[in-house]
Design a protein around this ligand. Structure first.
Ligand SMILES: [Zn+2]
Length: 301
C-alpha cells in the first residue's frame, strides 16, 4: 500500500510542471470573452482580461503589465468590429507577438461570428463614434454567446490540436447547459416584450433585439459624446409624446445623466452588469444573464 501511495504522490507532484507547459495563455479583450474561454478551455487555458466590467471597452490605457500579458499570449480573444480600435492596434504593435497578429489563428474576433446590428449606410465622422462594421456590443444576446462559443472551441482546437477533443466535449457540455438556460430566460422575459427604454450609449441593442424591446433615445447626443444639459433637456421634453419605461446604463458608465433623467421623467434608472463582473451576481456568463433579466423585470413592475 505504502508504495502505491508513494507512486501516486509522485505522479501528482509531477502534474503541475506538466500542466504549466501545456497550458495555453489567452488574453481576452473583454470579461465576457475571458469567461467564455474559461467555459470552453477549462484547465487547458490560463485566461486574463485586458479590461474589467468597470472600464469602458472603447478606451483603456495600455499599462506595462498588459503589454507583458499581450507579449505572452498564445491566443487573443476580442470582440473586434472596431470596439478596441482605440487601443488594441497600438498594444499589438508594442507587444510584437506574431502569434496574435491580425489574420493569424491566434487572433480571434468574436464579432465575425454573429449577425450584426446597426451596420451604417454611410460612415461620417460628424455622426460621432460610429462603427462601420456594425454595433460591436454583441455580448448581451445569449444567442451570440452560443455562436461565439462554437467558433471559439474550433479555434482553440486549431491553436492547440493536442487538446482538440477536450475543447469539443466542453463546448458540447456548455452548449447543452446554455440552451436550457436560454429557454428559461426567454420564458421569464415575456413581460419585457415591446417596452421602450432610454439607454446611455448605443450598447444595449443586442439585448433589446433579443427581448423585443426598443429604444426611444440615448443619453449621449452622439455615440461616444458624453451627455450634456442641452441634449438631456431636449430628451426629457420628448418623453411625454414618446414615453420610456426605464433608463438603462452599463456598470462602467457614469450615473449622473441617468439619475437626472430618472428624477425628472419619474422612470427607474437601471444599471445592468453589461458583462461578467459588472455586479455581485454576474460572476459568470450564466449569472450575467440571470442578473440582467432580474433587474429589468424588477424595474418593469
Ligand atoms: Zn460603442
Amino acid at each position: 500500500m505504502k508504495n502505491i501511495f508513494t507512486v501516486l504522490a509522485g505522479a501528482f507532484l509531477a502534474l503541475p510542471a506538466f500542466l504549466s507547459h501545456a497550458v495555453l495563455n489567452v488574453l481576452a479583450c473583454e470579461p465576457e470573452w475571458a469567461a467564455l474561454t474559461t467555459e470552453i478551455g477549462g484547465d487547458k487555458v490560463r485566461v486574463s482580461s485586458a479590461t474589467t466590467a468597470q472600464q469602458d471597452p472603447h478606451r483603456i490605457e495600455a499599462r506595462p503589465s498588459l503589454i507583458a500579458r499581450t507579449r505572452n499570449a498564445d491566443l487573443l480573444v476580442c470582440t473586434g468590429l472596431e470596439l478596441e480600435v482605440g487601443w488594441l492596434p497600438a498594444l499589438l504593435q508594442q507587444s510584437a507577438n506574431p502569434k496574435i497578429a491580425p489574420g493569424q489563428p491566434g487572433n480571434f474576433e468574436a464579432g465575425r461570428f454573429v449577425q450584426r446590428l446597426d451596420i451604417p449606410a454611410r460612415v461620417d465622422r460628424s455622426d460621432g463614434d460610429v462603427h462601420a462594421a456594425g454595433n460591436p456590443h454583441i455580448q448581451q444576446d445569449p444567442h451570440n454567446i452560443a455562436l461565439v462559443a462554437l467558433a471559439l472551441a474550433k479555434r482553440l482546437a486549431e491553436v492547440d490540436p493536442a487538446n482538440a477533443s477536450y475543447y469539443q466535449s466542453r463546448q458540447t457540455d456548455f452548449s447543452t447547459r446554455w440552451t436550457a438556460a436560454m429557454a428559461k430566460w426567454e420564458k421569464r422575459a415575456a413581460p419585457l416584450e415591446n417596452i421602450a427604454i432610454i439607454e446611455h450609449h448605443k450598447n444595449m441593442e443586442y439585448l433589446m433585439h433579443w427581448l423585443g424591446m426598443h429604444q426611444v433615445g440615448t443619453l449621449e447626443p452622439k455615440p461616444g459624446i458624453e451627455p450634456g444639459a442641452a441634449h438631456l433637456t431636449q430628451l426629457l421634453s420628448r418623453l411625454p409624446q414618446q414615453p420610456a419605461k426605464m433608463v438603462l446604463r452599463g456598470a462602467y458608465q457614469d450615473d449622473r445623466a441617468s439619475l437626472w433623467l430618472s428624477e425628472h421623467a419619474r422612470i427607474p434608472a437601471v444599471v445592468l452588469p453589461f458583462t461578467v463582473g459588472g455586479s455581485e451576481r454576474a460572476k459568470d456568463l450564466f449569472g450575467l444573464f440571470e442578473d440582467t433579466l432580474q433587474r429589468l423585470l424588477d424595474a418593469n413592475k
